[in-house]
Design a protein around this ligand. Sequence first.
Ligand code: SAH
Ligand code: SF4
Length: 352
Amino acid sequence: MVAMGMTFEAALAHAQAGEFPAEEWLTPLLACEEVDAPRLYAAADAARTGGVGNAVHLRGLIEFSNLCRKDCAYCGLRRDNHAIERYRLTPDEIVETAQHAATLGYRSVVLQSGEDLWFTAERLAEIIVAIKSTTDLAITLSAGERDTDTYCRWREAGADRYLLRIETTDPQLFAALHPDDDLEERKACLYALRELGYQLGSGMMTGLPGQTAAMLARDIIWLKSLGAEMIGVGPFIPHPATPLKDAVGGTVDATLRLVAVLRLVFPHAHLPATTAMGSLHPRGRERALQAGANVVMPNVTPTSNRAKYEIYPGKICLGDDAGHCRGCITGRITALGRTVATDHGHVHRLTH
Ligand code: SAH
Ligand code: SF4
């Protein structure tokens, strides 16, 4: 990192000039020993105001199944974790949860799950149609890797967006974490989603074992080439029932640096202040909103199922209901002098 030889000031100047990202100047902005954090966050906050304005977009998160065919080394939902109780909302429950979100004022919901093949192309398509025909919600899907025909069916049914984090673009690290997955296939999923006209979301975790600032810099360059329009980043939080239970995990500060650098590189993107940030620090999401983020994804999953969607331990809001979360987050946003957006929050397509 120091060997890169570029000072923080020079690196920040590159970022603020809006150049195509380069490892040479991204790395010093991401590496802790180099960074003047308050200046970096202030620069990102200004870029956020200019790029996407003051309003914060809310997406209601519906965690509709915790069954998963995959065994990702970091995740509490991995198939080899037999200690969690598995659940799957019925199609009617999913539609009703979305409708409830709409009555709470949400303009957009995210349907997220493990890779649960019970939700065939057809079954989820019917759910999407039912939500679209009874509400005015924008729909984001986050159901992992599926074949192109399935993504196509869901897009035709009316899904607007898809979130699939690349997690890391480092081939060795990706392979070490994903016994079932192939990095090139995951990239191919994102290319297919882009071709199908989804608003494209991806992202990564910070603090993965062996991950470096240079790796994160290369992730950012790849996301820029991809044309990612929503980028979710959060700290890796070790889960006790996974092979990575003794890992150190990510920090709020490293994630804030990444959010800030992403905002400088992607002035028009939607960047969530993630729940994982709020789980590591009581004001983690607020701090992200002041370092470049402009989206929050409050949980609208029925309260009785929330604790079972334990991707990582210590998740916030497990005992709360959707109405409470909506009020709580609105208060947090307005306390920052920001407003809650009233539109659907579709992506700003100025460059694509
Ligand atoms: N099955 C889908 C969606 C659910 S997982 C998928 O994998 O895309 C959603 C995200 O949770 C993952 O992309 C990953 O970045 C994040 N995640 C998983 N385990 C985590 C952990 N231990 N700490 C923090 N984030 C985690
Ligand atoms: Fe399954 Fe997603 Fe967790 Fe991997 S990260 S085990 S695909 S829920």
